[in-house]
Design a protein. Structure first.
Length: 327
């Protein structure tokens, strides 16, 4: 039995709710025409069926593997690809195009499957070109993908269960007992990735050979120390640290420096909103005339960090055909 990915897409459009029976197992591709290709799997009794919707991109090969030990059969559609990394991009316009595709791709996957990528890093954000040279972004390696919990009955992961590449992991997750991985944490990872690229890539096919001193603190030390270093973005005396980051941006990325600044300010708004609420709760314990805070949305830091605001910060339309229908 082969589950057609096109049918799943139509089901999601009707239901617009993640289906817990399906999990993303490998990769997603955001094509130039705005189509997201998902590889999905579902266990049916003793048969594990996987299908990948190639959407006529190229000739495909069908491989069947029988796992005798587990008494499961797996059927896959496999398409060989030769990805290129973001450091290979040769113009700012193309980098912007590919980066936005990657952000939109992750958004589509999250809405359709309820999953977030557990390890956004430079090795997983790649692209490929068609015969005409048009790039399509490939969000690869979903082995660490996580389902976003629907309620608060979930188990908090321990430190040894945490996944991610430290320089790009959200600050909330860089602690001894990290909370569940939320969608906004992935948006924060995209911000750090963009900053890293802006500091190290020359957009002529070359990149810096050494890690810039402005972000050395993102790499060395324990995860808690790295979280403290990145937290300087949002500290009360953040101006000097931010300036060191902005000054390190390469000339090739200088035209989009404001993207980075607006993204930093967006996440700063979220952290301040949470701190303000914490202050109110503390005052409630000390004073009688303090009003209780309103309901709080931790998923979005009370609507301060969302996909829509992320896109607005970089001057882009949040509209996605796959989710919002035809224009």
């Amino acid at each position: 039995m082969v589950i057609q990915a096109e049918q799943l897409v139509e089901q999601r459009k009707r239901k617009r709710q993640p289906d817990s029976a399906y999990t993303l197992t490998y990769r997603s591709l955001y094509r130039a025409d705005g189509t997201v290709k998902l590889r999905l799997s579902r266990e049916l009794s003793q048969i594990d069926v996987s299908t990948e919707n190639i959407l006529a991109l190229t000739e495909i090969f069908v491989a069947a593997t029988i796992h005798r030990a587990s008494n499961k059969a797996q059927r896959s559609l496999v398409r060989p690809i030769t990805p290129q990394y973001l450091s290979h991009v040769e113009s700012l316009e193309e980098f912007r195009y590919i980066f936005l595709q990657l952000v939109r791709c992750h958004r589509v996957v999250h809405v359709k499957t309820g999953s977030v990528h557990g390890d956004l890093n430079l090795n997983n954000l790649v692209f490929m070109r068609d015969e005409g040279g048009t790039p399509s972004s490939l969000l690869n390696d979903w082995d660490a993908a996580k389902l976003v919990p629907a309620d608060e009955t979930h188990h908090i992961p321990s430190a040894h269960q945490r996944t991610g590449t430290a320089p790009f992991v959200a600050i909330d997750l860089l602690c001894e007992d990290p909370p569940p991985h939320l969608y906004r944490h992935s948006l924060e990872s995209y911000m750090y990735i963009f900053i890293w690229c802006a500091i190290h890539f020359n957009l002529n096919g070359s990149q810096a050979q050494c890690i810039h001193k402005a972000v050395e603190g993102w790499v060395h030390g324990t995860w808690a120390i790295i979280g403290s270093q990145k937290g300087q973005f949002f500290a009360s005396q953040a101006a000097q640290y931010r300036k060191s980051i902005y000054d390190a941006i390469t000339p090739a990325f200088r035209p989009v420096q404001k993207w980075i600044q607006r993204l930093v300010l967006m996440f700063n708004d979220g952290i301040r909103a949470r701190m303000d609420r914490t202050d109110i709760i503390e005052r409630l314990e000390l004073e009688d005339d303090v009003e209780a805070p309103e309901a709080w949305n931790e998923d979005t830091l009370d609507e301060t960090v969302t996909y829509e605001k992320f896109m607005a910060a970089i001057g882009e339309d949040p509209y996605i055909t796959e989710l919002d229908g035809q224009a």
